[in-house]
Design a protein around this ligand. Structure first.
Ligand code: APR
Length: 239
């Protein structure tokens, strides 16, 4: 076990209220591209800027184009949890981890068995009619064209688009968990999107680590950084 993994293991052994804060890099080992890496979703050419496409106003004005992009790039029915998701669920089951806070909308932490998951940007697995509120599963939504409810209303995914606010209850839960954590593991995120990236400022505990393949916008805030693949790294940790 190399010295970084040993140090991470020692921190985890001494902690009982670990919070994990993750981003798209946690799901790349499940085959879902992230956003800002060289092969990321935002690096491809589109008719409109991708961060404009996944905005509230674009959803209302260009619903068909929104769903073309969303179904192609943000809906990943084939993806399965990877070692990172399973290890976090194990750590929670062992009473070591109190919460996962994720920016991801793929539902893979819950699929891996994690119980307390704060999905800051919502989930593709939840979809609602904008007119009557009826809920629909993701397959109904991503089968081409604009998904309509039996009442005729347009169905919208329960994901936080640009120009939309985060869910207050989710934010409060995530902040509370972070403030009470004795260890914060941040992984697979460029830490460039707010308010999510600002959450780590609420951590007051002693042990904080960043596990990320590339440098991030906030590296200087971390005394301990492991550059590598989070699934590979966490697979070597014992709960
Ligand atoms: N292990 C560790 N780090 C990884 C891995 C991996 N297997 N794969 C990718 N990474 C790192 C990349 O180096 C990159 O720094 O994960 C980071 C992913 O950064 P982004 O693509 O910017 O994703 P994220 O930080 O989650 O984006 C935040 O932006 O557009 C919004 O809503 C979207 O939730 C998303 C938010």
């Amino acid at each position: 076990m190399n010295s970084d993994i040993e140090k991470l293991q020692q921190m985890i052994d001494k902690s009982s209220k670990i919070v994990f804060f993750g981003g798209a890099g946690v799901s790349t080992e499940s085959g879902i591209p992230d956003f800002r890496s060289a092969d990321g979703i935002y690096m491809m050419d589109y008719k409109y800027p991708p961060e404009r496409i996944i905005s509230h106003s674009f959803f209302l004005e260009h619903t068909k184009e929104f769903y073309e992009f969303y179904s192609k790039h943000l809906y990943a029915p084939q993806a399965k949890p990877n070692a990172a998701h399973y290890k976090l669920a194990e750590l929670e089951k062992a009473g070591k981890l109190s919460a996962v806070i994720t920016q991801n909308i793929d539902g893979l932490h819950t699929a891996a068995g994690s119980k307390r998951v704060y999905e800051l940007h919502g989930s593709t697995l939840r979809n609602f009619c904008m007119k009557c509120g009826k809920s629909y599963d993701v397959d109904h939504v991503c089968n081409g064209g604009v998904p309509l409810c039996s009442c005729g209303g347009i169905i919208k995914p329960d994901v936080v688009l640009y120009e939309e606010a985060l869910d207050e209850e989710t934010v409060n839960g995530a902040l509370n968990a972070t403030e009470n954590a004795d260890m914060l593991i941040v992984a697979g995120t460029s830490l460039t999107v707010y308010p999510a990236a600002g959450f780590i400022r609420y951590f007051k505990g002693r042990n904080i680590v960043l596990i990320n393949r590339d440098a991030t916008a906030m590296d200087e805030k971390f005394g301990f950084i492991i550059h590598g693949k989070v699934g590979e790294i966490l697979s070597r940790i014992k709960p």
